[in-house]
Design a protein around this ligand. Structure first.
Ligand code: ZN
Length: 392
């Protein structure tokens, strides 16, 4: 089957796409601001925005803030433009072991519907059949395109090369999903999807470089540099998870002691505390014990905090992003130890170095699926997922 073409949101000349993208990423903006930012003739921008309003893609806002003042002296007041809420919809799907999470997002990546399904097994055929079933439930939203994401190495935004968690190898998932749903589909690694959402619609809005560090079941890393997500064929192997961060910790499945996975992942932390206390202790319970001052939990959580600080320090030094965001399902650990993390992260920076811009980001379980929807939005906006979002 021929691969479906992602629908172009802006089937207008390149300037219209640039206007649309500018308002999507930086809006609300007045027509005048759009013209200045893009170096376009104001009259041209007015004609373009009119066609985008008529197409239901842009709306005039209620004119809050400075952007709402008149476009020219004595001229008719020009209200700032924003992307029409619900004007176009996209589906994002996160596949994981025995579960599937799906969301519908509008063009601004606002989640408007959500679905969760248990999967009876981890066969690709089962996942695709359940996904197609969820898509029928989303019919009323008339989605334009679909993004699918999972913890995997992905080739050409289409083929799952290796997905250890679900046990897949060389699965042409994009083709299977398009055949089952008739929607243009993009398949991406889950850290790429999460980074895409953060880049366009989260902490990365308005900046050109950003690093994302996630903790939870595994340790993840995403990087935006010069307005592009940085990736290569090894994305999906979880390389940062095997960075050496401690002399202690459990032994990871690859045999390293003290790698980020052994010190920071749920399983590493649970194993360390369980072994010392002689009973099974969950990650959440470890955090409770830490808060209560339990010595074992304090030692293990403090090691984890130091590991996060050490990774932040390396990321800041080597990748030089403007901002670093710590996120993932296990971010509560970082919240509880934030001062220690910051102190470790900054310890080796010379006094004249720029203070680190590092923050915590709590995420909902649906955020991965939302990231997948963002990859579909980016594709439909004519931006390569790992391409330049802010310039043409
Ligand atoms: Zn390791």
């Amino acid at each position: 089957m021929e691969r479906l073409t992602a629908p172009s949101i802006v089937t207008l000349p390149g300037a219209a796409r640039r206007v649309m993208l500018e308002v999507l990423l930086h809006g609300p903006l007045s027509r005048r601001e759009v013209a200045v930012r893009l170096g376009l003739d104001p009259g041209h921008v007015t004609r373009i925005t009119q066609s985008l309003i008529e197409a239901g893609l842009l709306d005039e806002t209620d004119g809050r803030g400075a952007a709402g003042r008149g476009a020219g002296s004595g001229g008719r007041p020009s209200r700032p433009l924003a992307v029409t809420p619900g004007g176009r919809n996209f589906v994002g799907v996160k596949l994981a072991q025995n579960e599937l999470h799906a969301v519908v997002c509008d063009l601004s990546a606002t989640v408007v519907a959500e679905a969760y399904r248990d999967l009876p097994d981890n066969d690709p055929e089962t996942a695709v059949a359940v996904l197609a079933d969820v898509l029928r439930e989303f019919d009323a939203w008339s989605p334009l395109a679909l993004g699918v994401t999972l913890g995997a190495q992905i080739q050409h935004d289409w083929t799952v090369r290796v997905a250890p968690i679900v046990g897949w190898r060389d699965v042409e998932l994009g083709r299977m999903v398009e055949a089952a749903t008739a929607l243009p589909t993009i398949v991406t690694n889950d850290m790429i999807a999460l980074t895409a959402a953060e880049h366009w619609f989260g902490s990365g809005r308005g900046i050109s470089s950003l690093a994302l560090l996630t903790i939870g079941v595994g340790v993840g890393y995403g990087l935006v540099a010069n307005g592009r997500i940085v990736t290569n064929d090894d994305m999906g192997l979880g390389l940062i998870g095997h960075e050496a961060v401690s002399n202690r910790g459990q032994i990871c499945p690859q045999g390293h002691r003290g790698c980020a996975t052994s010190v920071l992942s749920y399983s590493g932390i649970e194993a360390a505390v369980s072994a010392a206390l002689g009973r099974r202790v969950s990650f959440d319970e470890v955090l409770e014990l830490f808060t209560a001052g339990d010595a074992v939990a304090c030692a293990v959580v403090s090691d984890a905090a130091d590991a996060i600080g050490s990774l932040i320090q390396r990321i800041a030094t080597l990748a030089m992003p403007e901002r670093i965001v710590v996120s993932g399902e296990g971010v509560r650990l970082a919240e509880l130890t934030w001062d220690r993390i910051l102190s470790t992260a900054s310890a080796r920076r010379p006094p004249d170095a720029t203070p680190l811009d590092v923050s915590l980001q709590r995420i909902e379980q649906s955020e991965w699926a939302r990231g997948a929807a963002v990859t579909a939005i980016q594709r439909s906006m004519g931006a390569s997922v790992t391409g330049d979002a802010t310039t043409d």
